[in-house]
Ligand binder design. Structure first.
Ligand code: SF4
Length: 77
């Protein structure tokens, strides 16, 4: 495989990470219902991310959860 192709291919691979700011989360439970593969509720009633990297198949759901969070506690990047 030629090096130029490899470099171009690598630039298209994006790893999405999700993070919940627990100090901001009000525990509404929305994000685990929208993206159960990415978020869950912890014992304190706050959301937490359950994966280090968001699977490609869950990226749209993770973004939707972040957009829908009523207190903007979720960061996806
Ligand atoms: S949607 Fe936001 S406020 Fe609701 S549980 Fe998830 S992080 Fe917390």
């Amino acid at each position: 495989m030629n090096k130029d192709f490899t470099n171009k291919f690598c630039l298209t691979v994006i790893i999405m990470k999700a993070h919940v700011d627990k100090d901001t989360c009000i525990g509404c439970g929305l994000c685990p219902s929208v993206a159960p593969e990415v978020f869950q509720m912890d014992d304190d009633g706050k959301a937490e991310e359950i994966v280090e990297s968001v699977p490609e198949s869950s990226s749209d759901a993770a973004k939707e959860a972040a957009d829908s969070c009523p207190v903007n506690a979720i960061t996806v990047e």
